[in-house]
Ligand binder design. Structure first.
Ligand SMILES: [Fe+2]
Ligand SMILES: [Fe+2]
Length: 177
């Protein structure tokens, strides 16, 4: 009935929140404030990790199942594979940025490290833009009631929400704004 499902809405809003977090990280880089950069990058990394886990563990398997029922959706598994490769890229690159920032606290080298971190973030943001667009246009759109009955839709929504609320222990006191 609705063009945009609740799952679609939830995950697209999370994309927007992630965009805002990365803007904050760039602002910290502009200010050359090592502690702020680390804190902001670490939080962006954690939130993106939670988003990716929700997709990887909950959404993508459901979409794969939906796609398997229809010849029209034969291209979907390939798209999901590509999106999973993007996820790996994001997490590997952000881990590299975090590691570089940790070294700053031991060894200095601030200017060089900030440039490296900025370069990594720019590459992540560029790929994330296309990635999110593909998800919003081709994947999240498969969660409407055209593809999922009420019960399955509600279960999937709840399971995605659980993952999006599952903060790593170091952020447990922090709540989503
Ligand atoms: Fe994704
Ligand atoms: Fe996503």
């Amino acid at each position: 009935m609705h063009r945009i499902s609740k799952i679609h809405d939830l995950l697209e809003n999370d994309h927007t929140e992630l965009d805002d977090l990365v803007v904050g990280t760039f602002a910290a880089l502009d200010a050359a404030d090592a502690a702020k950069i680390f804190e902001s990058l670490d939080f962006f990394w954690a939130r993106l990790g939670m988003h990716i886990r929700a997709e990887h563990l909950r959404l993508f398997p459901a979409v794969r199942e939906i796609a398997s029922r229809s010849q029209e959706l034969a291209a979907i598994p390939k798209i999901l594979d590509r999106l999973r490769d993007d996820h790996d890229f994001f997490m590997t690159e952000l881990a590299r940025a975090i590691k570089a920032m940790r070294l700053v606290f031991s060894f200095g080298n601030e200017a060089e490290t900030f440039a490296v971190v900025r370069g990594i973030l720019e590459a992540v943001v560029e790929r994330l833009k296309e990635h999110n667009y593909i998800e919003e246009e081709q994947i999240y759109t498969l969660t409407t009631d055209e593809y999922l009955d009420n019960d399955a839709g509600a279960k999937l929504l709840a399971s995605v929400q659980v993952e999006l609320d599952r903060y790593p222990a170091r952020f447990e006191s922090r709540s989503k704004q």
